[in-house]
Design a protein around this ligand. Structure first.
Ligand code: SF4
Ligand code: SF4
Length: 428
């Protein structure tokens, strides 16, 4: 019965869980839902039982769908349970089970998003331009004045309000931005898909910052979406295809580093080798790629920032879970914030607690995501910052939603770390 989707479950890995429960306090869904089935230990047990055919595969769908994939459980686990691998195997099995049962319309809709939108830079650029037109043409104001946005489902209405102003920079950006005079490093910049379409200004600032720190920057034109959304949706084959395209695109430039500024994408890039466990040639190429792939904060923390301004901000940091738990980047963003003149850093009491963004979790599982966000915002309010700094576009959007929910817009804002550093360096 090799075609049974349950055979895709990472059964052997479930045995490394000794049921100690150390992970329970670290799990945001256990904290907010209070059920064993919504904890790491409970989910691992369910996967094991489904692999043993003691329960139907369908019985694990809800607990797996409600897992944020933040991997805070992995970080605290004394036996190093590979929870990410178990989770991905469950997503893949559930996707395989459902794909033939989905309606034609749902399949068309999903294929449109996963195959025709996210991986295509020009389609994402057009989507960003349409959003820009909606915001700048007066349509957005009109929709709000006439309360048309109230007709949207609550999740879409919330994110419509929280989306930042999009800056249109055209589809054809410079691909090589050289700094021949004093290049510290040759770096290749990873754009991301949503990051480039909605937060393109932060990408532009990232490139300017790298150049200001003496790097030569290349933007490989054939790069594509990192594939994280696909993998987290159980679409492993599509994710591998995107990984292959990125590895080829960046190999061609032979950079010292591949730089990204989105914690979730960076985590995916760092785990490319795991996609190719059965393909030794591609695994070796993926390992070379991942060894060079780092978050922008890791490189900037090593270089001299050309600081020009005193900022006078009280700042807290909401770190990206994938940056903390997968890339293991923790100290560099803090060190960079602490270098800035006039910035007082006030860490969160529980920075490792996910904000509830988790890719598109907050769109699909809106209510649980808002409950998790409320826990995060209570911690934020204790620090009373002027600025919440984040290191991932999803967290940035979620923090903007949190500020709105708590009606703090008049005295608090959310910024990507790159925006804060660029402001301190006088870069726009
Ligand atoms: S996943 Fe790790 S921390 Fe959680 S119960 Fe199992 S062994 Fe303990
Ligand atoms: S990945 Fe996050 S939400 Fe999922 S079980 Fe682990 S700690 Fe809980």
């Amino acid at each position: 019965m090799t075609d049974d989707p349950a055979n895709k479950l990472a059964y052997d890995e479930t045995f490394s869980c000794i049921q100690c429960g150390t992970c329970l306090p670290a799990c945001p869904t256990y904290k907010t839902m209070g059920k064993e089935t919504q904890s790491p230990r409970g989910r691992i047990n369910l996967v094991k039982m489904a692999a043993e055919k003691k329960i139907p595969l369908e019985a694990i769908r809800e607990p797996i769908d409600l897992c944020l994939g933040c991997r805070a459980c992995e970080r605290v686990c004394p036996t190093n349970v590979p929870y990410g691998k178990i989770l991905e195997s469950a997503k893949e099995a559930l996707f395989e089970q459902q794909k033939d049962a989905s309606s034609l319309l749902k399949r068309l809709e999903e294929n449109l998003f996963y195959k025709q939108i996210f991986p295509k830079h020009q389609v994402m650029a057009v989507a960003g331009s349409l959003l820009w037109f909606y915001q700048k043409s007066g349509l957005k104001n009109l929709a709000h004045l006439t309360h048309l946005t109230k007709l949207l489902p609550e999740n879409l209405e919330t994110f419509e309000r929280a989306t930042p102003d999009v800056h249109v920079r055209g589809m054809h950006r410079a691909e090589h931005v050289k700094n021949e005079t004093a290049a510290n490093y040759k770096v290749a910049f990873f754009n991301g898909c949503v990051m480039d379409a909605v937060f393109g200004r932060i990408n532009d600032m990232s490139v300017k910052l790298l150049i200001a720190c003496g790097c030569s920057v290349v933007i490989p034109p054939k790069q594509t979406c990192c594939g994280a959304l696909h993998l987290h949706g159980g679409r492993r084959a599509e994710s591998k295809e995107l990984a292959r395209r990125n590895i080829e695109a960046f190999e061609a430039e032979a950079p010292d580093f591949v730089i990204n500024n989105a914690g979730g994408c960076g985590a995916m890039l760092s785990e490319y080798p795991q996609l190719f466990a059965d393909e030794p040639d591609w695994k070796a190429r993926a390992e070379r790629f991942s060894q060079h792939s780092i978050d922008i904060s890791v490189l900037l923390a090593k270089l001299d920032l050309p600081l020009k301004k005193t900022l006078n901000y009280r700042v807290t940091l909401q770190p990206s879970c994938h940056m903390t738990n997968v890339q293991k980047v923790v100290n560099e963003p803090i060190r960079l914030i602490q270098k800035l003149d006039g910035v007082a850093f006030h860490p969160l009491d529980d920075p490792d607690f996910c904000c509830g963004s988790a890719g598109i979790y907050n769109l699909i599982n809106y209510e649980p995501a808002m409950e998790i966000l409320d826990v995060k915002m209570a911690d934020v309010q204790k620090q009373n910052p002027d600025v919440i700094v984040t290191t991932n576009p999803g967290c940035l959007l979620q923090m903007r939603v949190g500020i709105e929910r708590e009606r703090l817009q008049d005295r608090m804002k959310a910024m990507h770390l790159v925006e804060l550093l660029a402001e301190a360096c006088g870069i726009e």
